[in-house]
Write a protein that binds this ligand. Sequence first.
Ligand code: HXC
Ligand code: NAP
Length: 300
Amino acid sequence: MDISKLMFKDGLMQGQRILVTGGGTGLGKEMAEGFLKLGAEVHICGRRGGVCEETAEQLMSAHGGKVVPHACDIRVAEAISDMNDKIWSGHGALTGLINNAAGNFISRTEDLSIRGFDAIANIVFRGTFYMTHDIGKRWISAQQKGNVTSILTTWIWNGGPFVVPSAMSKSAVNTMTQSLATEWGRYGLRFNAIAPGPFPTEGMTKRLAPDADSTEDMARDRSNPMGRIGEMHELVNLATFLMAPGAEYVNGQTIAIDGAMYNATGGNFYQLSAWGDEEWQAARSAIEATNAKDRAKRTV
Ligand code: HXC
Ligand code: NAP
């Protein structure tokens, strides 16, 4: 990310303590960097503890400040509660949460097994709730304000062919956002969400566009009206707007940041209807190789 394009003044997020799930890589890492640069203490978690440690070291050596890595699988409610106990007792209460961790891959729905569905739904649908519930209860019992932003996709509005478990789960998290904004607003808690278009990351590209020669190919294929992919500082500026003090009356909203792609084209993977068995087999083999490589680095 080009740090000089962050819109906000230094020190804006001083005093904030924010957990970014899946903050070791991709968009989570970018948001962690932005919040750190603006003065927040940042906690990041993922199943690959070593990846989170490397990211924390890298961000602190670039910007100073405090980034704390945690090995935590958000599919396991007890692991979430243990991590949050450690954060609260070792560092202090969180002030904010970014629900960013996710799993996804393209597949014809008729090729999915139940385990394949669960592999995604258990992270996005269940894990996101477990995390939000654990942290929300802590804020309510301490009568403390809190702020949650969840990272969704534009498929919550028009469906996600070939990524049905993700589209269903992200839609559910959108419903959680609206529901808790309404139910827990009275406790001073707010819930918003961001629906990004393509901001290619390694984790995403290798599972959603395993055939693309480059990330630019992917954006072109999907005909973005602005003719480009998203730039990381654009996403980080939006997340900062939602997470920093100053916009507390924004509650229960989901904001797309996709260059108008979903308005123009639907923004989803409908074009994969053109694929036959051969393309799907090749994509699956490539995705499964990525899954295996990442799984080998997991420490929890
Ligand atoms: C069909 C597949 C498959 C594929 C895996 N499975 N890949 N089925 N097509 N391409 C099936 C397996 O065969 C298995 O079922 C089941 O899924 C579980 O597979 P595992 O590899 O054992 O799962 P696990 O180790 O739990 O890994 C979880 C994962 C993996 C979700 C499959 O991709 C992961 O860890 N992802 C984390 C990072 C990630 O996905 N990032 C991308 C986010 S991008 P069987 O029955 O065979 O045992 C995003 C939106 C982007 O979310 C929007 C862009 C616009
Ligand atoms: P990514 O780099 O693969 O990020 C996913 C992160 O989630 C990884 O760090 C992963 O770490 C973590 N994670 C997955 N399962 C987990 C679990 N069970 N427990 C804890 N952490 C877990 O992909 P990304 O592109 O940055 O995606 C980030 C978010 O943006 C996701 O919510 C995605 O749906 C959303 N999004 C991305 C795009 C895009 O264009 N990139 C567009 C729309 C939406 P471990 O594997 O170490 O656990």
